[in-house]
Design a protein around this ligand. Sequence first.
Ligand SMILES: Nc1ncnc2c1ncn2[C@@H]1O[C@H](COP(=O)(O)OP(=O)(O)OP(=O)(O)O)[C@@H](O)[C@H]1O
Ligand SMILES: [Mg+2]
Length: 327
Amino acid sequence: MSYLQIEKLKIGYGENIVLHDIHLAVEKGEMIALLGPSGCGKTTLLNALCGFIPVKSGAIAINGRDITHSTPEQRNITMVFQSYALWPHFTVAQNIGYGLKVRRWKKEAIAVRVQELLKIVNLENYADFKVTALSGGQRQRVALARALAIEPDVLVLDEPLSNLDAKVRLNVRHEIKALQKKLGFTSLIVTHDQQEALVMADRIAVLNNGRIEQLGTPEDIYHRPATPFVADFMGADNCLHHGDEPGKTLFFRSSDVTIFPSLSTPQRAGLLLDGVVEESAFLGHQYRHSVRCNGQVLLADSTQFWPARTPVILQVPEAALHVFATP
Ligand SMILES: Nc1ncnc2c1ncn2[C@@H]1O[C@H](COP(=O)(O)OP(=O)(O)OP(=O)(O)O)[C@@H](O)[C@H]1O
Ligand SMILES: [Mg+2]
């Protein structure tokens, strides 16, 4: 049995069932990212794990102990919120020590533990600052330290980085990952950002229609999507319905396409398509071309600019093609 075991979980609000049949087994020290479209039930799953909303059926167990119907206080699970949810009138140290105070730790013991955490999240010089005097990235580190203070069995993070600007986000992403490896906490993190999930998680669960469509390593999910939904969600932005193979739908990324001039003879490997460039967008590091092939517009990236109306050949290597039976 795994450390965190979720079985046949069904959760909803009144008659509206949001999650139908969630199975998830998480090993100790593992970080799982939950990915899925808005409204698919990611936050609902985290809330149910924390005991904030009841489950309709199924079971949750940690370390062999059934917690399906335990109160939030009886579970040793803490949540880090997108909004940080810090106490604005408290100092950094008071915020971090809050959960320990609630648990009636002695003042001296709290001070020691808070000091430890300040060091862990690199905020040693900020203990007496009001949290309102901190930047977004620093606040999120306080929230993380507060959640870790009680040494939770499982840490859940609901889009913890989405309030941060792009650059800070990249830093905090790596900081959290490094901490997780160092401290070995077990965690579930919800994110909208597929890159974030790929970088941070040991395994990724892709949710759709109230079910986990695929659970696998970042490499599995990225290179071997199990369903058209996962392929599409993970950025295979081209979908070809009537390729060479009847009854098959092909998904592939615009970044995996190579553009050749028409009448050239690219090495015959993978998929070859004749087309005409319709338009191009400058993305900074490259151009994204819209190419009309056989009545369908496909996207192809290239560092080279191909002007509109240029006849071209698109080539996609075999390994970059995700093939599914057309429904
Ligand atoms: N308190 C609530 N009462 C009733 N329905 C709710 C409640 N909270 C969420 N829902 C419904 O449950 C579904 C899943 O919501 P949830 O917040 O879990 O989605 P999510 O995957 O976290 O979305 P997002 O990525 O936008 O945060 C939605 O259709 C939503 O309308
Ligand atoms: Mg949510």
